[in-house]
Design a protein around this ligand. Structure first.
Ligand code: ADP
Ligand code: MG
Length: 267
């Protein structure tokens, strides 16, 4: 039986991925040959302290590295298709339809002068999910309702600053899931929120992805949260994966000194 499980084909496969940022002193490598898989329907968490390379990994996958960042080695495949060599148009299509991305900083990814409804609708239209004005509007309301936003229809004309942090995060998760992607990458989706709101939103995200069998790459600095939410945990430190395994194993029987330290520091 275990043989069959190992034969399953990964949805996302990262091999020996290195990323560097161009600085005045030259290239500074911040990811040093990272490898891991995400299987269909699996939730995988990447944990590690600030600066360990979590966001760099996430943005490299969707080709949204900050301006001076570049993949210097390795491969990223989604269902066997190499993503690092796609052109801009091709990767945009992948990002819209196959991979939903919830970036770490919601305010830098929502335009303050556009209404929430307009931004969600534009994302939907750009991805070709709904053609035509009426269809796009209907899908916008549906996406926001599914994301758990009360009175979604009334809120379409509101601007990001009129939303609470939790509501903005719900809107972004809704946008990430609008195209029913195979993979949702959520970078610290609830870190800015208080624990109660965090729980409600993560529960909601989990129910949406469970229903659809969506794989999730959940990025968080919170080991407790990762253990609670993920099937598998990847521990990063200084741009390397120091340990990876089933969540329970990481929590109950950590091997690497860094993981042991994280576990003992977790509340
Ligand atoms: P995490 O998400 O785990 O907090 P990051 O992936 O954001 O970590 O950062 C990993 C490393 O890459 C850090 O050393 C950080 O300083 C560096 N880094 C991140 N973004 C940039 C950038 N735009 N330019 C230069 N270095 C960066
Ligand atoms: Mg980060």
């Amino acid at each position: 039986m275990s043989e069959r499980i190992t034969e399953q084909v990964p949805l996302l496969s990262i091999r020996d991925l290195s990323v560097a940022f161009r600085t005045q002193e030259g290239l500074r490598e911040v990811l040093h040959g990272v490898s891991f898989d995400v299987m269909p329907g699996e939730t995988v968490a990447i944990v590690g302290e600030s600066g360990s390379g979590k966001s760099t990994t996430a943005t490299a996958i969707v080709n949204l590295l900050p301006g001076t960042g570049e993949v210097t080695a390795g491969s990223i495949t989604l269902e066997g298709r190499e993503l690092t060599t796609l052109n801009r148009r091709e990767i945009e299509a992948v990002r819209g339809r196959d991979i939903g991305f919830v970036p770490q900083d919601p305010m830098s990814n929502l335009n303050p002068v556009w209404s929430i409804g307009f931004q969600v609708k534009e994302a939907i239209r750009a991805n070709g999910i709904a053609q035509g004005r009426e269809a796009a509007k209907a899908r916008t309301v549906e996406v926001l309702q599914q994301a758990g936003l009360a009175d979604a229809e009334k809120r379409l004309h509101q601007f990001p600053h009129q939303f609470s942090g939790g509501m903005r995060q719900r809107a972004l998760i809704g946008m990430g899931l609008a195209a029913d992607p195979k993979l949702l990458i959520a970078d610290e989706p609830t870190s800015a929120l208080d624990v109660t709101v965090q729980r409600v939103i993560l529960d909601h995200m989990a129910s949406l992805t469970r229903d659809k069998g969506t794989s999730v790459l959940l990025i968080t600095h919170d080991l407790g949260l990762a253990a609670e939410r993920a099937d598998k945990i990847i521990v990063m430190n200084g741009g390397n994966i120091v340990e990876a395994g089933p969540s329970r194993q990481i929590l109950e029987d950590p091997q690497h000194p860094y993981t042991k330290r994280l576990v003992s520091a977790a509340p």
